[in-house]
Design a protein around this ligand. Sequence first.
Ligand SMILES: Cc1cc2nc3c(=O)[nH]c(=O)nc-3n(C[C@H](O)[C@H](O)[C@H](O)COP(=O)(O)O)c2cc1C
Length: 220
Amino acid sequence: MDFDEVVAARHSVRDFDGQPVPDQVIREIVEEAGQSPSWGDTQPWRVYVATGEAMDEIRAEHEKAIAAGTKSHSDFGTIHRTQWGQQPLTNITDFTTQISHDLGEHSRMSEDNARLFNVGTAIYLTIQKTTTNWNVLDLGAFEQTLALAAKARGYDTIIAYELVRFPHIVRKVMGIPNNEVVAIGMAMGHATDARINSLRAQRMPLDQYLTIRHQPVSHE
Ligand SMILES: Cc1cc2nc3c(=O)[nH]c(=O)nc-3n(C[C@H](O)[C@H](O)[C@H](O)COP(=O)(O)O)c2cc1C
């Protein structure tokens, strides 16, 4: 696949076949993502990969936490939808409408999330607690490169808040020190043919988010 094909082929998968990704593939894609740019070449990312029994333990604890009604407490804060700007709110509403239109009773979205997508391997990304928003941007670049590197090798992914909504579990199982923020997780493996995986999220029309100016506003 050339670059455009890899970008077009990546999409979020929410039901995996449960098989782990070989360590060698993980090493390759993490090294590739490590080519991402970063503020002052700080390379703020740290990568923790859960597979085998470590993954089983995280999933079991995650399901237990949900059953016990544990409140989500991701290291990166979240805000209530009522505080979101108009455009993100419109987009998530459209996405939710699309899910029920495309999948109906086959949605299983929250069930698939709750069982961590039945994935065999999850990759957790951390940065130091004492950091700036610039390093969060750097981590975003790393995250997307990681997902594309996986797709280029025929692997499916989902970048998911669900994986980090109970960071105490991930910290405990993976031995992540307290001075690191468990920022985001990415599930990786091969998609099943479950209907949920046929979902393709829509995008805004280009001109809704692109501005090109050849003249300053003041000259118009
Ligand atoms: C930071 C981040 C967190 C996300 N968290 C979740 C999640 O917890 N559960 C989920 O089902 N999808 C999650 N997603 C996937 C988005 O819903 C998805 O990327 C978006 O709808 C666009 O679809 P696509 O990835 O298939 O192109 C997350 C995506 C990002 C980038």
